[in-house]
Write a protein that binds this ligand. Structure first.
Ligand SMILES: [Zn+2]
Length: 166
């Protein structure tokens, strides 16, 4: 039997998985990134500070899934974490064609084109350079970078489930 979930329920379930399963270092790093003082002067973790109940919401909220993330990816994470088959019932449909595609790999990575944006799929940094221009940010031309990326990509990586591509 497949359990049906609202998208917001699926996200909460995933966030609680992370809350209960990440290690002290991952927890500490999230708290530091959020301005919490969880290290002493010798850079040791302050365990009691890290595991304060007040920090739970910071940890959970660190695992944020924008509307760009496909329902199928959230279903995949729940199956991976909990071994439960779920189906997300979304009432809101994204207009995928209007999303911005990475100029290199073609995955729909943002709502609009942002200068200096680094693609989470292929890591091309969008510096608006043309196909044959040398891009110093990427140490390559776009054409060469794409070719290298296409030849080396591993389609079993879950990142390919995360974003749309037309
Ligand atoms: Zn890309």
């Amino acid at each position: 039997m497949t359990i049906k979930l609202k998208r917001e329920e699926a996200i909460i379930i995933i966030q609680y998985y992370y809350l209960l399963n990440i290690d002290i270092e991952q927890r500490g790093n999230i708290l530091v990134a959020n301005g919490e003082e969880v290290v002493d002067k010798d850079d040791n973790w302050l365990v009691n500070e890290i595991y304060k109940v007040e920090n739970n919401s910071i940890i959970r909220n660190n695992y944020f899934f924008s509307k760009l993330v496909r329902d199928e990816y959230l279903e995949f994470l729940i199956e991976k974490f909990y071994k439960s088959k779920v189906k997300i019932i979304s009432n809101e449909k994204l207009n995928i064609e209007e999303l911005h595609s990475c100029v290199c790999c073609g995955y729909k990575i943002s709502f609009k084109r942002n200068f200096h944006n680094i693609c989470p799929v292929c890591y091309w940094q969008d510096d608006m350079s043309g196909e044959r221009d040398y891009s110093s940010a990427n140490r390559s031309t776009l054409i060469d970078y794409r070719l290298k990326y296409e030849n080396n990509k591993d389609m079993s990586n879950e990142i390919y489930l995360k974003y749309y591509k037309i």
